[in-house]
Design a protein around this ligand. Sequence first.
Ligand code: NDP
Ligand code: MG
Length: 393
Amino acid sequence: MISILGSTGTIGVKTLSLLSNTDLKIFALTAHTNKKLLANQIIKYNPSYAVIKSKNDAEYLKQLCDKKKISTKILSGESGLTYVSSHKRVSHVLSAIVGAAALRPTFNAVKAGKKILLANKESLVMSGSLMIRTAKKTGAIIVPIDSEHNAILQIITAHGSTYNSKNNKYKDDIDHLYITASGGPFLNYSQSQLKRVTVSQAIKHPTWSMGKKISIDSATMMNKGLEVIEACILFNLKPSQINILIHPQSILHAMVHFCDGSIISHMSAHDMRIAINYALTWPERKSLKSNIKKLPLKELFFRKTKKNEFKCLDLCIKALKLGGSAPTILNAANEVAVENFLQNKIKFTDIPVIIDQALKNIKITKAQSIKSLLLCDEHTREYVKRYIDNKWK
Ligand code: NDP
Ligand code: MG
């Protein structure tokens, strides 16, 4: 049975559309505030449980289930998320909540030894090797959905590399790898053009259709930086082993350069259903009964990123190298900055300034426990909110 954390989001909705390709039954669906869509999903999919943040929304859903004689049990808040991510009847947990809010339920699923289909990259960025070390102990398996990481998994699975959960290593034969980036809607914009970009321009990604936060992260290239951290943790690589290529067509998602000089790449249409379907059926490959656009395979364009070209990307590499709680500080500062940009309180170009400020001024500690990382997340958010209030009064 599967629990879908974030079923009302872009990834959650796509996953629901693919479940009929699998034998998985739905244990739970969860949402934050979108009670209308969650209600429709309950009526359509009849899960054992549904979770929503507020008690009021949970009451609304309970009354709806009573009225329609639906057996779904309604839970609320953090305890509801914990219950459905670690319940013994659950084999798979899709982690598709956006941002740091996914950390606790994803970690609970890891502690309970589940198969985690991981779309949420922020939880891995924050917890780093702690998540992986815990998975080693409990036997949890983390299958990435993020397209580049899913592409790497496809390459190494097809190549015959086997995963050893005891030492978090695939066969020791990756020399280095490439992940691609579309460059977002503002590729090649000058600094003065970037200062003037609006929220509606920034959330309009040229190739992918995604939630607002990841769309902004793609426009700042923060997303690619988070993905470098994600790749280092997932595949146990050093930052120097990961290269980024700008590839605006978003057709080739990753290339793995093996130790014998061979390079194997993964290409597909830019449609997250391909990655989700693979994660749902991994290590098997099962046919996707959906209409996927044909690839316009004429010329493929790639270029390396230039030095100092993307400030948020550089900050991610800095945080990765600093280690400990630095990625948590980076992530929390970015989330608050993005929220403020979405509310038109700061400019697009203020986002890296704010993250830099947080990384320079907040003490970096060891990433010892989820509790300490969540405290660091909270502390950073308070610091950044104060900084924004003072600077942009
Ligand atoms: P969306 O914004 O579309 O959806 C987010 C989901 O999380 C919604 O179900 C939302 O509920 C829920 N949610 C939001 N805040 C909270 C909270 N505080 N507590 C509990 N639930 C919450 O995001 P996406 O689907 O685009 O992205 C989800 C994750 O997947 C992100 O981490 C993103 O980086 C990653 N990802 C997404 C890709 C994509 O193509 N979209 C590609 C690769 C990775 P509600 O609807 O009620 O607000
Ligand atoms: Mg990605």
